[in-house]
Design a binder for this molecule. Structure first.
Ligand SMILES: Cc1cc2nc3c(=O)[nH]c(=O)nc-3n(C[C@H](O)[C@H](O)[C@H](O)COP(=O)(O)O)c2cc1C
Length: 353
């Protein structure tokens, strides 16, 4: 037991990272039932799917779980930008025999809003976590008001201080090794992003709430190392991607378990925001941080048909193959088994390292 398990109500201070697009309630249920904190990512769920997944989660476990939302500010649609991006993508459409003019523009991901809060209030999850800062103060107060513990990701010391000032109960220090989207929200300067073992001790020194380490932690030794650097707990994402309870696609699973996973990069070509994935054809040919991509999440729409076309042919050349820099923990083992292995790193304690 430590400050974080007391806060979360879990047996272990271990969180399975919410991972939008590659998992639903099943993975979260398995992890929560194994004594850690399972997470349901909601950023890509339409209202009916959100209700279905929340119902499955509540029915699947009596233990605490986390429900996760993005809280970005949606951008104004920008036709000129969209047209310029389609110009970049046109050769790929032509090669695939697809019609770029038939692709509707659209967001793909919605931020936490009143409708989601209305639904969430019925479930009152023990924990709610946010990515890209926090929602408006009235929404945040509602979530706190019904008793959920609130977490959010910080990628710099300044973001950690900001989150503490706005009343989060614990902070996820997300190092630049982490898979998926950078949670960055105070700055879009990628050069400010730090590795987990540089960021973690500095965040621990800067705030008084518990700090959860995330990014590059793939096994019990990594868990122990993060705890030795002052973390109150850890959040692990990539290592869970090949568990049978995850919905990770076949091409994504294959890439994670191949040498291709040794080369990841931050890219904005899939959504418009920097996110870490395994380098593939479209990242290489457009340039991973191509500045022409529409603002998050508007870049999602034009990439989707290319992704679907090539995945149907067994290729991940146009798929977001999200992965952290350390995919060595990715194995086809049940999530409960992986959870049991990871918590061994909590048992050894800092003194052993
Ligand atoms: C496939 C994938 C999807 C992700 N989606 C989300 C998400 O929806 N919400 C979120 O807060 N974090 C998301 N993340 C980031 C994780 O919360 C976490 O920071 C990261 O997985 C930790 O690093 P690791 O992948 O090296 O373990 C995602 C990560 C991955 C790998």
């Amino acid at each position: 037991m430590n400050a974080l398990t007391t806060l979360l109500g879990t047996e272990h201070p271990l969180i399975q990272a919410p991972m939008a697009g590659v998992q639903g309630a099943a993975l979260a249920v398995a992890v929560s039932n194994a004594g850690a904190l399972g997470s349901l990512p909601c950023a890509m769920l339409a209202p009916d799917a959100l209700e279905r997944e929340l119902t499955a989660l509540a029915a699947g476990t009596q233990r605490p779980y986390n429900v996760n939302f993005f809280c970005h500010t949606p951008p104004e649609p920008d036709e000129a930008r969209e047209a310029a991006w389609r110009f970049w993508l046109a050769p790929f459409y032509e090669q695939a025999g697809l019609d770029i003019d038939a692709v509707p523009a659209g967001p793909g991901r919605v931020p936490f809003n009143r409708a989601a809060a209305d639904l969430l209030e019925r479930f009152r999850p023990k924990v709610v976590s946010f990515h890209f800062g926090l929602p408006d103060i009235d929404l945040l107060e509602r979530v706190k008001g019904w008793g959920s513990v609130v977490l959010s990701s910080a990628t710099t010391v300044e973001e950690a201080r900001w989150l503490e000032a706005f009343g989060v109960d614990a902070i996820i220090a997300q190092g630049v090794e982490a898979g998926g989207h950078r949670g960055m929200f105070l700055s879009d300067d990628i050069t400010e992003q730090m590795g987990t073992f540089a960021l973690l001790p500095q965040v621990v020194a800067a705030v008084s709430v518990p700090v959860i380490a995330a990014g590059g932690i793939a096994d019990a030794t990594g868990v122990a190392a993060a705890m030795a650097l002052g973390a109150s707990g850890v959040q692990v994402g990539t290592a869970y991607l090949c568990c049978p309870e995850a919905t990770t696609s076949a091409v994504h699973r294959a890439a994670l378990q191949s040498d291709a996973a040794h080369h990841t990069a931050l890219t904005r070509v899939f959504t418009g925001r920097p996110a870490r994935g395994i380098v593939n054809k479209v990242m290489r040919e457009l340039g991973p941080m191509n500045p022409a991509a529409p603002h998050f999440p508007l870049a999602t729409a034009a990439m989707a048909p290319l992704r679907a076309h090539w995945e149907a042919r067994g290729s991940g050349d146009f798929s977001p193959l999200w992965s952290g820099q350390n995919a060595s923990g990715c194995r086809e083992v049940p999530a409960a088994e992986l959870t049991r292995e990871l918590v061994q790193g909590l048992r050894s304690g800092p003194a052993a390292h």
